[in-house]
Design a protein around this ligand. Structure first.
Ligand code: RTP
Length: 147
């Protein structure tokens, strides 16, 4: 099965969206394999977003990510990277369809509530960065009802 890294950003945590977001991934049928509430420092946030270091919004993005606790998660399932991005919606909430997380709960690109890995390879790197201690090994008993 494929895995993805999902992070509820500080605005999502402060706005009380943790339960709603987890619920959407759970109801879809994906399996939660890692979960923690953490505050990260500037160098960790810069490492997570290293690919965007040349962007003009990089400093503001890092400041946003360190502004409060985030929820770091690993979700597992068939095509979860791509489907996770579909559940999340487009980067800019104004282009996100209603029914997506950003389409329903965000307005501004700089406060777009959630992150999801954009490829299987980035997921692998991000899971290693955020969960160096490893993640849970378990299989939901509903597996045969989902696949
Ligand atoms: P994410 O990595 O957070 O899931 O977002 P993404 O793949 O949809 O978008 P990406 O281009 O990787 O950008 C990462 C995050 O940077 C912020 N951003 N701000 N001010 C701006 O123009 C701008 N553009 C991007 C967003 O928080 C975006 O999610």
């Amino acid at each position: 099965m494929e895995q993805t890294f999902i992070m509820i950003k500080p605005d999502g945590v402060q706005r009380g969206l943790i339960g709603e977001i987890i619920s959407r991934f759970e109801k879809k049928g994906f399996t939660l394999k890692g979960l923690k509430l953490v505050s990260v420092d500037q160098s960790f946030a810069e490492k997570h977003y290293a690919d965007l270091s040349a962007k003009p919004f990089f400093a503001g993005l890092v400041e946003y990510i360190v502004s409060g606790p985030v929820v770091a998660m690993v979700w597992d399932g068939k095509d979860v990277v791509k489907t996770g991005r579909t559940i999340i919606g487009a980067t800019n909430p104004s282009a996100s369809a209603p029914g997506t997380i950003r389409g329903d709960y965000a307005i501004d690109i700089g406060r777009n509530v959630i992150h999801g890995s954009d490829s299987v390879e980035s997921a692998r790197k991000e899971i290693a960065l955020w969960f160096p201690e490893g993640i849970a090994e378990w299989q939901s008993s509903l597996h045969s009802w989902i696949y």
